[in-house]
Design a protein around this ligand. Sequence first.
Ligand code: ZN
Length: 276
Amino acid sequence: MPISPPVQPLVLCYHSTNVNGHSYALNDHVALRADLAALHTAGFELVHASDLEATPSAGRPRAAITFDDGMVLDALDFGHPSWGHQDSFLRILREHHERTGQHCQAASFVIASPQARAELDRKDFLSLNVWHDDWWQEASESGYLTIENHSWDHNHPSLDLSVQRNNQRGSFLSIETLDEALAEIAQASDYIEQRCGRRPSLFAYPWGQANDYLADEFFPQHAADLGLTAAFVTTPRADRPINRWSIPRLVCGTDWRSPEEFAAVLRRHCEAVNPA
Ligand SMILES: [Zn+2]
């Protein structure tokens, strides 16, 4: 019988800003609650995204939960102007723990720059104050979330000015010099550490986009100094190797949209861990 290679944990990504209704397909809070129950029922161990040790063949399948963009809804319940009360992701993790005994510490990848978050709140989120960072320290100390690095300003197209050398916004592929990488990544880790007392160990590329400079040069050369141990993409590019600086993730709403599709994701992963 051929020996199967070990399998990386399944890394899942949710956005607390995805609230467009009350159903699974339209609300990542509804999806997260259902998916945690499905993972528990399917026998998955929940690990932190920094725990990248592969599952040996015939081992217990493992999954890690991550959140992107760092809106307050990651940790604070929220009265949504259109869709009413929303349980925070942190509450959903805590209630899952209380209900099943299964503890899960998720990685929350936040946009670090307070100026960028304030500008995005004003321009894209009706000044609802959904992008402050007063919750970082308490969430970090709760044991349910770690605050991780999702860049300084996401090189976001809604900003007047980003750190990109030609102010070319809307993609992370254009972050390809040392100055830009330090401004986007080192500066973000410094600010997050100062605000929540713990330095991030993980980075998630905005839009899940790794480029050759960041994944092949910048991180291998500078990550140790910055305290970073891994970086996450979403769908890996076919022309780039999968390694510690471009770890794939599956995104709720993109890679699966229903409990049935999520069950299929888990089934595929279990078959890879325990081939017939
Ligand atoms: Zn993002």
